[in-house]
Design a protein around this ligand. Structure first.
Ligand code: SF4
Ligand code: SF4
Length: 459
């Protein structure tokens, strides 16, 4: 694609980077067919090619964002399905990230929109505050039908609808500053990242990850001083907040590296992993942090990626359960981790079934399901229908956002993949599965006896 930026515009490294991306797009439109919002809405401007044109026009003309640009960029999930499809290697992620920051700088949103975004940016990244907010949010759930009818409160209702009905997890969160010695032959030393939202919604994911790594011989560190990785702020276009969060994580992790050495930083939420692996790009113009960010990028591993590299096993149990693996967009499109989760589940003895339209987002997408509840709701229904079509005993995925989104609309148990791997390799059965066995017993496809047998054999 031809561009017409001036030399002055190109002296801005962000604009220069965007120009390179724009020039790599050949306008073929292959990406539109796999874009969830184009598939749903059928508007060229709600597909990647249309958005690229809008962003190009805005940047070339050095214009503040218009209502039209904001409408269509806001509707983008940042699912990055378009990047998987694109034959020309267009880095849509960096382009839309820059567009969001430009919008944030140049566009005045409505009062309601500003309040909602400020609320998300303030509460969700603060682990304790978010955990505290869950109890009153649960109390408000019965008023959801009323809230949905009040103009301007639909997003608040969407946020409350995502709050799980019961407190997540069977065990408390792990304490920062904890170090657990590996069992058996020493395999290395790793940090397991806690994150912000995940420990409050489901501390069992962290426990399962740590238990499994310890059993596999790894010394595990829960680093003190971590916060949010910055992904939430980044996707809201709040560049400086995102960079502050990134620097804090980098300082925390490299402090631990300096203290006793670390082989990897293990990430269990693929949404966070995609951003952490992009730190080197985000901080490339920061002379103090560019090199450090590159070191962290090299250390960051999704837990599936790490297990695939280091080896997983031995498998202690054959469960025989039928698992629908939902590939989070940030896993399959953002980090290009496609085979490992499925392969690990198969090694662990599960029957893994593909979900039709597996490349299409479930509608979670960070805070998208709060900010764009209608599109997110339509995508969720589509995802659930596709999952239920393959009649699984349970659903596994590697991202807390997808888990929350999917679990809010189905009675099929939803677990993090790592909870299944931990269970199959000698750890505890995922609590949600234990509870879900009762509903499985009522299922027609698998007899109660079979399920009980599988669970009993698995412990
Ligand atoms: S990131 Fe997803 S929603 Fe956005 S343009 Fe690409 S495919 Fe469409
Ligand atoms: S597939 Fe790639 S090159 Fe083709 S229009 Fe989409 S982004 Fe541009």
């Amino acid at each position: 694609m031809q561009t017409r930026f001036t030399a002055k515009q190109l002296s801005d490294p962000d604009v220069a980077h965007c120009e390179k991306i724009l020039r790599s797009c050949v306008h073929c439109g292959f990406c539109t067919a796999t874009c969830p919002t184009y598939v749903l809405l059928g508007d060229e401007l709600d597909g990647p090619r249309g958005r690229i044109n809008l962003i190009k026009d805005m940047l070339e003309n050095d214009r503040p964002a218009t209502d039209e640009v904001v409408t269509h960029v806001d509707r983008c999930l940042s699912c990055l399905s378009c990047m998987t499809t694109c034959p020309s290697g267009v880095n849509y992620m960096h382009l839309v990230d820059h567009a969001r920051a430009h919008i944030e700088r140049t566009y005045r949103r409505t009062f309601e929109d500003r309040m909602m975004r400020a609320l998300i940016a303030f509460v969700l990244p603060r682990r304790r505050l978010f955990a505290l907010s869950l109890a009153p949010a649960r109390l408000m759930r019965p008023f959801l039908p009323v809230l949905r009818r009040i103009p301007g409160l639909d997003r608040l209702a969407a946020m409350l609808a995502l709050v799980p009905r019961r407190r997540g997890g069977s065990r408390p969160s792990m304490r920062a500053g904890t170090t657990l010695a590996g069992e058996g032959f020493p395999a290395g030393r790793v940090i397991v990242m806690q994150g912000c939202v995940q420990p409050a919604l489901n501390p069992d994911i962290m426990r399962a990850t740590v238990d499994m790594l310890v059993r596999h011989g790894h010394e595990v560190v829960i680093a003190r001083g971590e916060g949010c990785c910055g992904a939430l702020a980044h996707h809201l276009g709040r560049k400086e907040e995102a960079l502050r969060a990134a620097r804090r994580m980098i300082d925390t992790w490299l402090g631990e590296v300096k203290r006793a050495g670390v082989d990897a930083v293990i990430v269990t939420a693929s949404g966070c992993g995609t951003t952490i692996k992009d730190y080197a790009h985000m901080l490339r113009e920061d002379p103090e942090y560019a090199g450090k960010a590159e070191r962290v990028r090299a250390l960051a591993k999704d837990v599936h990626e790490f297990l695939e590299e280091r080896g997983f096993g031995p498998t202690a149990r054959e469960t025989g359960l039928r698992v629908a693996y939902h590939a989070a967009c940030s896993m399959q499109h953002g980090q290009k981790i496609r085979k490992a989760p499925r392969a690990l589940l198969e090694v662990a003895g599960f029957e893994v079934v593909d979900v039709p339209e597996g490349h299409i987002c479930c509608g979670s997408a960070g805070s998208y399901n709060i900010l764009q509840p209608e599109i997110a709701g339509a995508l969720k229904e589509r995802k659930i229908a596709n999952i239920e079509r393959v009649k699984p005993d349970l659903i596994a995925t590697g991202n807390i956002g997808c888990m929350t989104q999917i679990a809010s609309a189905t009675s099929i148990p939803v677990v993090h993949t790592v909870e299944l791997l931990n269970w199959a390799s000698g750890g505890e059965m995922p609590p949600v599965l234990r509870r879900g066995l009762a509903s499985l017993e009522q299922g027609a496809e698998k007899s109660t006896a079979q399920v009980r047998e599988s669970a009993a054999a698995a412990g």
